[in-house]
Design a protein around this ligand. Structure first.
Ligand SMILES: Cc1ncc(COP(=O)(O)O)c(C=O)c1O
Length: 378
């Protein structure tokens, strides 16, 4: 049976990326690798829409988040974080671990923080040194308006704006320079269509000034070290050579398709996926749906374990379960990265088959028809 991965990270890896990664290993200090790294750096600037450096860390996305916190801040620095799901919660955990001074704003799962609320928080905490946001909250499938929040933060404070773009970059419009973001992080196993193992971090000029002067303890995940090496198209430590080579290929694909087309494709697939799900009587979980992942309530009386087992074992489909209190109540369908229209027909078709198998009543083909219509009409 074919395996069909519909999780928002890891995401499917294109064959040509896999083939590049299967090439014989090369040494990371020779000119051949430096040339690749230089091209990767250039294409990452395109991906983040910036003229600033974007560094490649051999770590998962969380490593990039930790690098940002430990490089920009020191003990006692006050950080505002927004917890509307597992990954916003992670900003809070990192802030508490490294600065010990975190103002955590809790938002109901499935809702995005309103930009004005950030202004209220900044008024209450004028000494905040950073605002940590999640562009696409993967645990709930919710997108936050980074552009609007960033503008307001600049208007009301000097706090750095840190964006977890781990499931947003490559799915949602994101403009690092124009929006005035200070740090943005993404991970290789998401919109970049790669296996896990790399964190990509871009840094504004004012963040770099702060990083240069920060004397907080740091070593492997030091953005100062990474930025110093970046200037020479180098990395401070042995990079994950094969992953960097794969990234060279996946960034080439994104450039070839064109970033705006990549964003549009995600928006279309997300909209069509939502239509398909709703036609099957499944309610959307999020008020502000992400273009990377669609989160829906499991229909009443459908047992998650039986449904998921049927998807996996009878249809070869892996979707993502709900987390924490939503385990068994919601599930998440990815359209992040290497997906096209027929993939969406496949996943909704598979969901229909498994829903039938566990006894949920609906007319077969309803979801697929709605999805197909949505795709054909746009
Ligand atoms: C929005 C978001 N932030 C952070 C992370 C953590 O990244 P990683 O698991 O690569 O450390 C993830 C991973 O799923 C994510 O989706």
């Amino acid at each position: 049976m074919k395996k069909r991965l519909f999780t928002p990270g890891p995401t499917p890896v294109p064959e040509n990326v896999m083939l590049r990664m299967a090439e014989p290993i090369i040494h990371h200090r020779n000119p051949e690798f430096r040339e690749i790294l230089e091209r990767v750096h250039e294409n990452l600037r395109y991906l983040f829409q910036t003229t600033r450096p974007a560094v490649v860390l051999s770590a998962s996305g969380t490593g990039g988040m930790e690098a940002a916190i430990t490089s920009c801040f020191r003990k006692g620095d006050k950080l505002i974080t927004v917890n509307g799901g597992k990954f916003g919660e992670r900003w809070g955990k990192l802030a508490r671990t490294f600065t010990g001074n975190c103002v955590e704003e809790t938002v109901e799962w499935g809702k995005a923080i309103q930009p004005e609320r950030i202004v209220e928080l900044l008024r209450k905490h004028p000494d905040a040194r950073g605002v940590c946001l999640t562009h696409s909250e993967t645990s709930t499938g919710t997108a936050t308006d980074i552009r609007a929040i960033s503008a307001l933060v600049h208007e009301h404070s000097d706090a750095l704006i840190l964006v977890d773009g781990i499931t947003a970059v490559g799915a949602h419009e994101f403009r690092f320079d124009d929006w005035g973001v200070d740090i943005c992080i993404t991970g290789s196993q998401k919109g970049l269509m790669m296996p896990p193992g790399l964190a990509l971090v871009t840094v504004s000029e004012r963040a770099q000034d702060i990083i240069e002067q920060n004397d907080a303890p740091q070593f492997y995940l030091s953005l100062k070290k990474a930025l110093d090496s970046h200037e020479k198209n180098d990395t401070p430590f042995t990079p994950a050579v094969s992953l960097v080579i794969g990234l060279d290929e996946s960034l080439r694909m994104i450039r070839e398709e064109g970033l705006t087309n990549v964003w549009r494709r995600h928006e279309r697939l997300a909209a069509a996926c939502r239509e398909g799900c709703e036609a099957l009587g499944m309610q959307l979980f999020s008020d502000s749906p992400s273009f990377a992942v669609t989160t829906v309530w499991l229909p009443e009386n459908v047992d998650w374990d039986a449904f998921n087992a049927s998807l996996k074992h009878n249809n070869g489909i892996t979707v993502a379960a709900g987390q924490d209190e939503y385990k068994g109540r919601i599930f998440r369908i990815s359209h992040l990265g290497y997906y096209d229209e027929l993939d969406m027909l496949t996943v909704i078709g598979g969901i229909e088959r498994s829903l039938k198998e566990v006894g949920y009543e609906f007319e077969a083909g309803t979801g697929v028809a709605a999805l197909q219509r949505a795709l054909l009409e746009t």
